[in-house]
Design a protein around this ligand. Sequence first.
Ligand code: ADP
Ligand code: MG
Length: 291
Amino acid sequence: SIMPATLSAISNGARHGLLFKGGVHLENLAHLNAIAFDKTGTLTNGTPEVTDALYAEEENKEMILSIAASIEQESNHPIAQAIVRYASQEEVPLSSVEHMQDISGNGVKAFHEGNEWKVGKPEFVGKEEAYLFQNGIAKTLAKQGKTVIFVKKNNEIAAVFAMKDTVREDTKKAIEELKKQGVYTIMLTGDNSATAQAIASEAGVDHYIAELLPEKKVDEIKKLKAHFTQVAMVGDGINDAPALATANVGVAMGGGTDVALETSDVVLIKNDLSRISQARKLSSRMNRIIK
Ligand code: ADP
Ligand code: MG
């Protein structure tokens, strides 16, 4: 049975933008001493915008953008949506592609007029080739905190798109507050290391790990659990669901995908990260009342 103090704290939480799926999660928050964050859509707004587009053949740029966006149209990844929006801004028409595959944590691929096209991270299209493209432009773009996505047609790199996501307005303050409470903060991302470093330093997290495949995020949560009393994971995507389930407390962004919302123990209704440190205080107060 739920203690009256727990019930009143849960309803207090709801008023403050947090939804708890059970009193135990609220009680656990008091002992929270490590918290892992997904990057895209969690620490950042998750609506990246294409800032740079470089093509192998300038005369074919519309065709390349059109095919890349046509494939991405079928993916719901924030990067995919950014490429589709960019094509629309550039007034490039979309066409139909065949055998589209969305490869979690990597990118997408499909066929168009007998050619195989891939759109995704450097490792997905061939890391060495990707980094050689246009005199190593990818490295420069990544150091600016941009995510670099390559387009490959059969065996040739056809284009690179760089996109910039913005750190949420409340992120810095939310992280600062958690650190003040003695909570260790870490960012886990599938993005490349240079981009991750730029975003991590802007957000102010203690540490970051980049280039993680979704299943590796789970391993990192397990490692944290071996070192800390209570570990929370905050995420928004389908990709984050396994890590949310593995953490002691899974926290989903309210604007996240259904799978993330379903897997989580706590929901940040208004995507406001500062609610976590507030809830942690609320939890300590509540536990004192119960005991
Ligand atoms: P994150 O941890 O940043 O949310 P993901 O694990 O979803 O990232 O993906 C890791 C990387 O794989 C992305 O940074 C991107 O480079 C690439 N990627 C994933 N999905 C797509 C897609 N639909 N189109 C292009 N690239 C993608
Ligand atoms: Mg995300």
